[in-house]
Design a protein around this ligand. Structure first.
Ligand SMILES: Cc1cc2nc3c(=O)[nH]c(=O)nc-3n(C[C@H](O)[C@H](O)[C@H](O)COP(=O)(O)O)c2cc1C
Length: 213
């Protein structure tokens, strides 16, 4: 683990060098750093500054073990069961071989990440608002970037949601609450802070009107 000066990372450099980090060390993260990361997260936006959220910090090995099993069910159903097909896919396919192997590693080692954060939206379970997530995902990205400033890796994950009701009960969440992600945090054990690969800017940016060609 290398100690990082959180003040020393230019914002734009962070924006360009924070990929999902899925190979994490088991080294603990000091509580004051977890608090500092959450304190940066909650500065994020929500509609009307409603802040109808709760941020659940999970370190309990038993709770992590239980939820990691549920996560692996989701991983297997959506990706693991297509392992051969995904690994044989040509370069340029939506999920690269490297990403698959990293996500597979995270799925099989999830409970080893020392700290998990569940960003939770209160009163959201029955919502039909398609923009609901906008009242927390900005803050979630702040959490990921604040973690990065402390040299801590993170991934926004959601594959536990096949067991949403079980997770809600285990974490003691209100009936109408919705977990919006499970973010495992840890000091990176492998990989680099590198620029995330994305489609070219000019392919996705439109000026004034959506262009079809
Ligand atoms: C809504 C959402 C759900 C995601 N769920 C998972 C997940 O369950 N497991 C996982 O390993 N990554 C998950 N990711 C991470 C994406 O795979 C990742 O952001 C994408 O591959 C880009 O990765 P990169 O920033 O490292 O290039 C999720 C991301 C989003 C935005």
């Amino acid at each position: 683990m290398t100690t990082v000066d959180p003040e020393n990372l230019p914002l734009l450099e962070a924006l360009h060098s924070t990929p999902a980090r899925r190979y994490l060390s088991t080294a603990d993260i000091p509580d004051d750093i977890v608090r500092a990361i959450l304190d940066a997260a909650i500065r994020g936006p929500s509609a009307g500054n409603g802040q109808f959220w709760a941020w659940i910090v999970v370190k309990d090995p038993q709770v992590k073990k239980q939820i990691a099993g549920w996560y692996r069910e989701g991983w297997e159903r959506h990706y693991g069961s297509r392992r051969e097909q995904i690994l044989a896919a040509p370069a340029g396919s939506p999920m690269s071989k490297t990403s698959f192997l990293a996500a597979d590693h995270l799925a099989t080692h999830l409970e080893e990440a020392p700290v998990w954060i569940f960003p939770v939206l209160l009163g959201a379970a029955k919502s039909t608002n398609p923009r609901l997530g906008s009242s927390i995902y900005g803050a979630v990205q702040q959490l990921i970037l604040a973690a990065r400033a402390h040299g801590i890796g993170a991934t926004l994950t959601t594959l536990h949601i096949g067991h949403e009701a079980d997770v809600r009960e285990l974490l003691g969440l209100p009936e109408d609450a919705l977990t919006m992600a499970l973010i495992p945090l840890g000091y990176p054990a492998k990989g680099r802070w590198s620029q995330p690969k994305r489609r070219p800017l000019d392919e996705v940016v439109h000026f004034e009107r959506f262009q079809t060609s």
